[in-house]
Design a protein around this ligand. Sequence first.
Ligand code: SF4
Ligand code: SF4
Length: 268
Amino acid sequence: MIVAEQKPLPDLQRMLKGKKKVLAVGCGTCVSVCFAGGQKETRGLAKALQTAAAVDGEEMVVEEKTVQRQCVQEFIEPLEDDLSEYDAVLSLGCGVGVQTMAERYPKTRVLPGLDTNFMGQPTEPGIWEERCVGCGNCVLEYTGGLCPITRCPKQLMNGPCGGSENGMCEVDTSIPCIWAKIWDNSDNLNLMDMLMEVQPPKDWSTSRGGGMRRTVVRDDLHQPHAIGKATKSEVEAMETSEEDEVPTPEDPHAGEREDAFLKEMGLA
Ligand code: SF4
Ligand code: SF4
């Protein structure tokens, strides 16, 4: 999941200075699991901001709403009718959620309430650790499911650097040397022969470093004029202006897939 944390209160106060009415929008998925931007955190932050403004002698009303997934157009669509009431939206979604809001509602000032850190997992109560940087060319097949791109500071692909001591990394002695872990577990998985093969240089063209990446997951679902991507007024304009309207193919299983996903996430 995506791991994030709330920006410090003084940073949020600075961003919201002069705003009279603000809508804090939480997200009920990843950032609620790491206690950064779920409903409880959004409520708490709205109250804290309003109290802090009052203490500074400023008038600011902070209302709050939490949507299930801020990074999906359909989930933020219900917010559209009320947005004109607010001077700004404080998004407590990850960076993707903030951008989904900002792109869908370009006339609304959308501000980030969180710092988005990484894709990771909780490893013990209160601790989340990075596990994937989204390199676009996964090598976990060769490494027994442990990622050297994310977890080796040198991003080595063919075994350890030789500097680890007692299984810990020489660059950061508080983390395990992931290559020591890969090797230690290779016997269980019968991976030793594979690990002894020299891997060719990794193809980094799929990773970060250039512009925005894009993945077409389901070409058959690609609908450039899908209702979920446009605002209501844009949809109305499209509907009245399209003389030769091309019927949009319906996906009869979209609802079932959505329900299954929510169930998997423990949200339904
Ligand atoms: S190899 Fe790439 S895609 Fe696979 S876990 Fe590591 S960073 Fe993520
Ligand atoms: S000690 Fe291990 S994890 Fe650390 S840089 Fe060297 S190979 Fe990578």
